[in-house]
Write a protein that binds this ligand. Structure first.
Ligand SMILES: Nc1ncnc2c1ncn2[C@@H]1O[C@H](COP(=O)(O)OP(=O)(O)O)[C@@H](O)[C@H]1O
Ligand SMILES: [Mg+2]
Length: 384
């Protein structure tokens, strides 16, 4: 049966997969739930001390009953301190899973990091987040890394007042033993910092009384509460209309300079990246296909996927009959081909594309691309 209906599993096969999954994920969970793990187990060294975060060959899989989803499959990139890194790619390519891996907020037990390192710079030392047990992770979240989610309405609790929710975040991470009044004062300060004029009034309101833009500002205030070293903004403006979007981006940009943290900005919108990012990482089907400085990516996009993304973006003043769209769709993440994942959609194939997945080619010290079209452009033939 399983053979006849390709893509469907028999009940027996499904049971076998789920048994096997349980065995694998239980082992990972046991490891994570240990208490009093010595720090030496997750201490590591940054490759470059100027980086806030280094993703190194990250593999994050979901062990589902239908098979193993390789959501992130060998992703490496750096987030330099004080800079904004834009992560771009179409829906489902693994952007959120990459950031959730850094936060250790993957859907457990099926979501697991199976290989690779995420190095987090904590100042005088560095931690490998992949090995940090649950107990310690609480302390990293908020104090070192925080996240702004896509949909501010679902991230705020509808039955508590705004002020109380921000207070809670501050009190939770408070190490100085602030009084109740001092906490509230800090809340008001934060609300003012993110551009909420009537901060006293807003603190007494419920989430439904605010507009989408205001709610997103509150979310940003909460993310900033403990001056994190890195802020992950996962599609922070997708749920907002265009004018509010511009205001929120301005706000993020100004705040980053004020508190000197790094931003990992996740979006499918190249316009947002162009406005905000210092570095760009282009992801496709769980892998990085091209990365470089914003200047390099926008002036000289090299991977056919990046070129396609650029061409499918509307440009003011340019007249076109129909906007370009990349043909085909992303391959099924359970059954990835053993050749370049983009080959079936690519309009620029060369002879080498028949071969296995291309390795990373350096076009400049910062500009890297995984594509056979550039194999002859370097004498090394790739330096993975
Ligand atoms: N909890 C989950 N269980 C199974 N598969 C998941 C889960 N979360 C995400 N995925 C899969 O991982 C892949 C990457 O998802 P995601 O990182 O959310 O994409 P995006 O780039 O749009 O943020 C997708 O194929 C998605 O179906
Ligand atoms: Mg996402």
């Amino acid at each position: 049966m399983a053979k006849k209906n390709e893509g469907y599993l028999s009940a027996k096969e499904s049971r076998r997969i789920s048994r096997e999954n349980r065995r694998i994920t239980n082992a990972y969970e046991k490891q994570r739930k240990r208490k009093n793990v010595p720090e030496s187990e997750y201490l590591t060294e940054m490759r470059d001390p100027n980086n806030a975060v280094e993703f190194d060959n990250l593999h994050t899989y979901f062990f589902t009953d239908a098979g193993t989803v390789k959501a992130v499959d060998g992703v490496s990139f750096d987030v330099p301190t004080g800079k904004t890194v834009g992560v771009v790619g179409e829906s489902g390519c693994g952007k959120s899973v990459t950031s959730l891996s850094l936060m250790q907020l993957l859907q457990r037990p099926q979501g697991q990091i199976v290989e690779g390192e995420i190095r987090l710079n904590m100042g005088e030392k560095a931690y490998n987040v992949v090995k940090v047990p649950n107990e310690q992770m609480q302390n990293l979240r908020g104090n070192f890394i925080s996240m702004i989610f896509q949909e501010p309405m679902t991230s705020l609790n509808p039955v508590f007042r705004i002020g109380d929710q921000v207070d809670e975040v501050i009190a939770l991470h408070d190490r100085e033993g602030l009084s109740k009044e001092a906490v509230r004062q800090r809340t008001i300060q934060l609300l003012e910092m993110v551009g909420i004029a009537n901060s006293q009034g807003v603190a007494r309101m419920f989430p439904h009384e605010l507009s989408g833009g205001m709610r997103q500002r509150v979310m940003i205030a909460m993310a900033l509460a403990c001056s994190p070293r890195i802020i992950i903004a996962d599609e922070p403006t997708t749920a907002l209309d265009v004018t509010i979007q511009a205001q929120i981006l301005d706000l993020l940009r100004n705040l980053k300079d004020k508190i000197n943290s790094s931003i990992m900005l996740i979006t499918h919108d190249l316009g947002v990246i162009a406005e905000m990012a210092d570095y760009v990482v282009v992801m496709y089907a769980g892998r990085v296909v091209e990365k470089g400085t914003a200047q390099e990516i926008f002036a000289n996009p090299c991977h056919p996927y990046t070129i396609g993304l650029m061409a499918s973006k509307p440009v003011v003043g340019k007249k076109v009959d129909k906007l370009y769209s990349i043909p085909g769709k992303v391959p099924n993440p359970i059954n990835m081909p053993n050749y370049c994942y983009f080959k079936d959609r690519c309009e620029m194939c060369v002879a080498g594309c028949e071969g296995e997945y291309p390795c990373e080619i350096s076009l400049s010290p910062t500009h890297k691309v995984s594509c056979y079209r550039y194999y002859d452009k370097t004498d090394k033939g790739g330096d993975r």
